[in-house]
Design a protein around this ligand. Structure first.
Ligand code: FAD
Ligand code: MLT
Ligand code: ZN
Length: 470
């Protein structure tokens, strides 16, 4: 195939302004958010409609060109980065950013894949509804990326992952056919639920162009608190306590270790802990109620006072203003950025049954210490979902470079333990390139075989995001 004419042919579909080929223009799209993966793209294409996406994919199928679908490019596992061959085309969905329809009675919104998550949240709010997916990258990540990674975030405890928020999808298949599965139904038992295949597929089965998502009543009363504790065990005891006192009004329960609070307050200007001292663990928690007259703050205060009396909690601050609540959230939301500024670490995104978290944390710490004495763990995450970002930084006795060279050993220690506790090595970020080979150790040959069969059936030419996931 003569690839030199491809950009020109792509430009005929989407317009010359929407095809980038100069290396200076394509580099930002070929580099991941963490600056760990540096690829090269034959071209970056920005279609403006589903029909244009379909035409682009048809052309790529005809010429055997590999496609890397891309949204906001915030993947933490290299999922949206082309390889270094310079032969892959990045199909960036950002121009397709319309909210097509919002039905406040049906509690649904139909939105294009390139819509930034925060924009969708605002559109829902304008209709007096809530779209609950919430994560620190919400100002730049896009709905197509959220769907393709089955994103989680800080409200999964109450509303579930992205998968739980989807009723219908529109997808361009690797053949270039456009599948209109934009159903707005809560009940539809008519055979295989095909949309589920594309959610969490990380762009390996097709390009999602639009989705029908669920909306919820908007909370009118909220309370936010920050709690200092002596241990992960106490944090878990606090979770159980708060759930029994507050039920599903508990919408967030996020963990931050002492190291995390130290790092985030040191690196991020204006971010401060409300406590005079740093505790072994900290929990950021939120209660929400749709009843404006609800006294969620009183409920929070009473439940946390009881936790203090029982010796579960050591220090408590309940926000008394929106600004104070935002200040507490800043401690959590700036964690990933602060971690980047701290240097390189071996990043993990693991889940274990919630009840096993303290045992897992103890076992991982002991095993890591044995292999790398004095190693630092930068552990935070969604305790209420059993999902920890258990990141490991070099001990003082090793250079960062020498430690990172031993990343496979670190992964092996952490991931083997995760699986021993019945957990997963990717709770919410996906496999991308980072964990593509690692998963082979943990998923059964039967499961991997089924995944390969599905991939071959839907993408027989293997043009959709090759080198990712499987
Ligand atoms: P991209 O990075 O562009 O793509 C992600 C994957 O989806 C790639 O494999 C890509 O090929 C594929 N893809 C993108 N669009 C499409 C499409 N339209 N059709 C088919 N495939 C597509 N994740 C969480 O789950 N929870 C968090 O709390 C969280 N916090 C984060 C905080 C920060 C600061 C950052 C940088 C990332 C965070 N992430 C989190 C990771 C990331 O998964 C999410 O930010 C988001 O879901 C990715 O969306 P995106 O539009 O940036 O996707
Ligand atoms: C988070 O929970 O903040 C994210 O998943 C990002 C991360 O793991 O760094
Ligand atoms: Zn997370």
């Amino acid at each position: 195939m003569d690839v030199s004419t491809l950009p020109h042919r792509l430009a005929r579909i989407v317009g010359p302004a929407n095809v980038l080929t100069a290396e200076s223009d394509t580099t930002p799209y070929a580099t991941d958010w963490r600056r760990r993966y540096f690829g090269r793209a034959l071209a970056v294409v920005k279609p403006g409609s589903s029909e244009e996406v379909a035409a682009v994919v048809r052309l790529c199928a005809e010429t055997g060109t590999a496609i890397v679908p891309q949204g906001g490019n915030t993947s933490l596992c290299g999922g949206a980065t082309p390889d270094g061959s310079g032969t892959q085309v990045v199909v960036n969905l950002s121009r397709m950013n319309r909210v097509r329809a919002l039905d406040a009675v049906n509690n649904t919104v139909t939105v294009e894949a390139g819509c930034i998550l925060a924009r969708l949240q605002t559109a829902a709010e304008a209709a007096d509804r809530l779209f609950p997916l919430s994560l620190a990258a919400e100002g730049s990540c896009e709905i197509g990326g959220n769907l393709s990674t089955n994103a989680g975030g800080v409200q999964v405890l109450r509303y579930g992952n992205m998968r739980d928020l989807v009723l219908g999808l529109e997808v361009v298949l690797p053949s270039g056919e456009l599948w209109d599965g934009l159903r707005t139904l809560r009940k539809d038992n008519t055979g295989y639920d095909l949309k589920q295949l594309f959610i969490g597929a990380e762009g390996t089965l097709g390009i999602i162009t639009a989705a029908v998502l669920k909306l919820f009543p908007r909370p009118r009363a909220q309370a936010t608190a920050f709690v200092g504790l002596d241990s992960t065990r106490d944090a878990l005891a606090l979770l159980t306590h708060m759930q029994s006192r507050c039920g599903d009004r508990l919408t967030a329960f996020e963990l931050l270790s002492a190291t995390c609070v130290e790092i985030v307050t040191r690196h991020m200007p204006g971010v401060q802990s409300p406590f005079a001292r740093i505790h072994a663990q900290h929990v950021l928690l939120e209660l929400s109620d749709t009843d404006a007259a609800s006294n969620v703050r009183d409920v929070m205060e009473a439940a946390l006072a009881e936790a203090m009396e029982r010796g579960i909690a050591r220090d408590v601050v309940v926000a008394t203003s929106e600004a104070q609540a935002q200040g507490l959230w800043a401690l959590r939301e700036n964690m990933t950025e602060a971690q980047m500024r701290e240097g390189r670490q071996v990043k993990h995104d693991v889940s274990v049954p919630i009840s096993s978290i303290p045992e897992f944390v103890d076992a991982a710490r002991a095993a890591l210490d044995q292999a790398f004495r004095g190693v630092r763990v930068i552990g935070f995450g969604h305790l209420g979902d059993g999902n920890l970002h258990y990141n490991v930084a070099s001990p003082p006795t090793m250079t960062e470079e020498a430690f990172m060279a031993r990343m496979p050993e670190v992964n092996r220690i952490v991931h083997d333990l995760v699986v021993r506790f019945g957990g997963s090595i990717s709770a919410e970020h996906g496999l991308g390139v980072y964990k593509r080979d690692e998963i082979l150790r943990y998923k059964s040959p039967l499961e991997m075989g089924l995944m390969r069969q599905i991939k071959r059936a839907i993408d027989p030419l293997g043009i959709m995001n090759p080198g990712k996931v499987i």
